[in-house]
Design a protein around this ligand. Structure first.
Ligand SMILES: [Zn+2]
Length: 395
């Protein structure tokens, strides 16, 4: 739940210092872990790093003058990121750059570790350590469950405060109805009901303007004011795209949680592995650049949708192994790579069944077929342990 923050110039200075210290501490942790290899003596854990932070604060007055709360939280965030990396759900945490990663997090109980208050109906203030009360535009109701917030400066130089709020569960219809949701190739998400959902991306005029700006950026002199201006304009358009995607995730997850009792989705971990290989299901940034044509949703957006579904439909989301879901004919069970004729068309070589390719996959996910399919539905020959990917058409 994000609000626009309006710090005074003096407060902005304080916020930037928090950002650079959080980044400094984070990068220090990244550096310590970089040399670590599996099998070697373990890299310093969170407790050891906290001890080192205390030392560093003694050595550098610049760090000592900053907020210990902010710096320690950066370490905790890093520890969590490493845990995600070891669990295989996240990529290895990487170096944070000035101007790109400007943010920090405050965690704790509202009223004790941090607080918010109303100035007027539409204006609020959030208390930030060492900076004080900072104004924000209170555009929506803030639920009491908020346990933490993140302060962030976007590429366009605007400040935001985002409170982490877990939305309350939504009741299902109680009919036992099951839906399969496939992260589509031709569309953002396909439902086993046959419905195809697309993230509203940029409008054609916006995409065209983005292309023009990117060309202009390539020509602008490094360090020039002109370059800075172009970069800001690009960031604004991209922020608009992000906002639309987030909004879509909220609406879609609410709808699915209310309309179905069981929601089956592809298993994310498997997906991340696939995206690391840079396959069609998870196109890289080059593929994604085809704005207006490519409506698929990238791994982060999909992960966000699944997380929201789990919040809104706790215990009703089932993760299905996505192997072969795009190759198995939902009508007869025949499994072959050739069944997938193109990005959008599924045509079964055995029974002739024709369906939208993503919808056919969603139906397989709804049936939970892929889970039980493991040995049984392996293509003839057996030795294939990885789903062959169709060739990307450049239409
Ligand atoms: Zn068939």
């Amino acid at each position: 739940m994000r609000f626009r923050l309006s710090p005074t110039p003096a407060q902005e200075q304080g916020l930037l210092e928090h950002c650079s210290q959080a980044r400094y501490v984070w990068n220090l942790a990244v550096e310590q872990h970089q040399h670590w290899q599996p099998g070697r003596k373990s890299a310093p854990g969170y407790a050891e790093q906290c001890r080192q932070l205390t030392e560093a604060r003694k050595a550098f007055p610049w760090l000592a003058a900053g907020s210990q709360t902010v710096q320690q939280q950066a370490l905790r965030d890093f520890a969590q990121a490493m845990a995600g990396f070891f669990a295989g759900t996240h990529r290895r945490p990487t170096w944070r750059k000035a101007g790109v990663h400007e943010g920090f997090r405050i965690v704790g109980q509202r009223g004790r570790h941090w607080d918010v208050r109303h100035l007027s109906r539409k204006t609020g203030q959030v208390w930030i350590p060492k900076v004080g009360w900072v104004r924000f535009r209170w555009s929506r109701q803030l639920p009491d469950e908020a346990k933490s917030f993140r302060v962030k400066r976007d590429h366009a130089g605007r400040w935001h405060v985002a409170f982490a709020v877990i939305p309350p569960p939504i009741n299902g219809p109680g009919t036992g109805e099951v839906v399969g949701v496939d992260r589509g190739v031709a569309v953002s998400a396909a439902l086993s009901t046959g419905e195809r959902l697309s993230v509203p991306g940029l409008r054609d005029t916006e995409a065209e303007r983005l292309r023009r700006l990117q060309r202009r950026l390539a020509r602008a002199k490094p360090g020039s004011n002109r370059r800075k201006g172009v970069k800001t304009a690009i960031a604004r358009i991209k922020a608009r795209e992000t906002d639309r995607r987030k909004d879509w995730v909220e609406k879609t997850s609410t709808r699915l949680a209310a309309e179905f009792d069981v929601i089956r989705v592809e298993n994310l971990i498997k997906n991340m592995v696939r995206s690391a290989r840079g396959t069609l299901t998870a196109p890289g940034s080059n593929v994604r650049a085809k704005a207006g044509l490519n409506r698929s949703i990238h791994a982060a957006g999909w992960g966000h949708l699944v997380t929201r579904l789990e919040h809104k439909a706790p215990g009703r989301v089932e993760k299905i192994n996505p192997a072969y879901t795009s190759q198995i004919c939902h009508a007869c069970g025949h499994c072959a790579a050739e069944n997938r004729e193109s990005q959008a068309v599924f045509r079964c070589r055995a029974c002739g069944h024709v369906d939208h390719a993503d919808v056919n996959a969603a139906k397989n996910i709804a049936a939970g077929r892929a889970v039980t399919a493991r040995g049984a539905l392996q293509p003839l020959g057996g030795a294939v342990n990885r789903e062959p990917q169709p060739v990307l058409t450049s239409g």
